[in-house]
Design a binder for this molecule. Structure first.
Ligand code: PAF
Length: 284
């Protein structure tokens, strides 16, 4: 596995590669990321994994400084997983106008209103920052495939729209969420949870599954808002601080209507100071 730090070197290393799959990450790799690498290897012989904690997608009060950075362990895991290259750029490499303080990225991807919905409502600018860095990574690698996890469902949706509307010749591959035996979705942020919180954290997935069962069982009197509210109250009674619970259409992330049959049930909630997200797909 080659370790590369600059876009120039990356382009040189990729010369002559006809089929490349990119796995963008922020590092602190877990089994979920390694699953993305596995899926990438099924798409293309050359797999590039990027590790970059992107400042542009973090809000002022978020965990940019404390975000777990475990580069040496990450590289070992990627080597064992069979990645071809790991791209680890500096902030200055990704943001050429960075002056040591401000990124000075005056041109960014402009997203539709849905980027201010769900996670975007409490993380203003997050998705635009995320899409901007992913576009930069696409430009640096020019992959034929890019693999993202379904755990970040709204992120996946934004990127699918971006690739379509910018006519990018990249196939977005969606990977299933990898879970702990308890049902807790794997996430780098799980590392922030105390032992007690970690054993409680599987409630989020359990409540989403319970919500899916209620939707299936409710018949023609389906009241999505009431069901969402019930789940919020249940989680809050268990000590969660709920950001949202939402029943949406799987393809457009629009609020579900009674006749919709392909749905996704999403939630974001804090346990202590740790914000977790999860979602469950539901076909009626
Ligand atoms: O999902 C992530 O880890 C990040 O949002 C991504 C896609 C690597 C962009 O920084």
């Amino acid at each position: 596995m080659q370790t590369i730090h600059t876009i120039v070197d990356l382009r040189l290393a990729l010369q002559g590669q006809h089929s490349v799959a990119l796995v963008p990450t922020m590092g602190n790799l877990h089994a979920g990321h390694l699953d993305l690498v596995k899926l990438a290897k099924q798409q293309a012989p050359c797999v590039v994994v990027s590790i970059f904690v992107n400042p542009l997608q973090f809000g002022a009060n978020e965990d940019l400084v404390n975000y777990p950075r475990t580069l040496a362990a990450d590289c070992e895991k990627l080597q064992a997983a069979g990645a071809s290259m790991v791209f680890i750029p500096t902030v200055a490499e990704m943001y050429p106008d960075f002056d040591g303080q401000a990124l000075n990225q005056s041109i960014t991807v402009q997203l539709p209103a849905m980027a201010d919905d769900l996670c975007g409502a409490s993380r203003p600018g997050h998705f635009a920052g995320m899409a901007t860095v992913v576009l930069k990574l696409f430009n640096a690698v020019m992959p034929q495939f890019a693999v993202f996890g379904k755990k970040d469902y709204q992120q996946l949706f934004v990127l699918q729209q971006m690739v379509k509307q910018f006519n990018l010749p990249i196939a977005i591959i969606a990977a299933e969420t990898v879970r702990e035996p308890s049902g807790l979705a794997m996430s780098s942020r799980n590392g922030y949870l105390s032992q007690a919180e970690k054993s409680q954290a599987s409630q989020l997935h359990a409540e989403l599954q319970a919500l899916c069962e209620k939707i299936k069982g409710q018949g023609p009197k389906l009241d999505f808002l009431a069901l969402e509210k019930e789940t919020v109250l249940k989680l809050e009674s268990q000590g969660w601080h709920v950001d949202y619970v939402a029943i949406r259409t799987a393809s457009q992330l629009k609020p579900a209507l009674v006749h919709d049959s392909d749905l996704v049930v999403l939630a974001a909630a804090k346990l202590g100071t740790t914000r977790l997200i999860d979602n469950v797909s539901l076909k009626l």
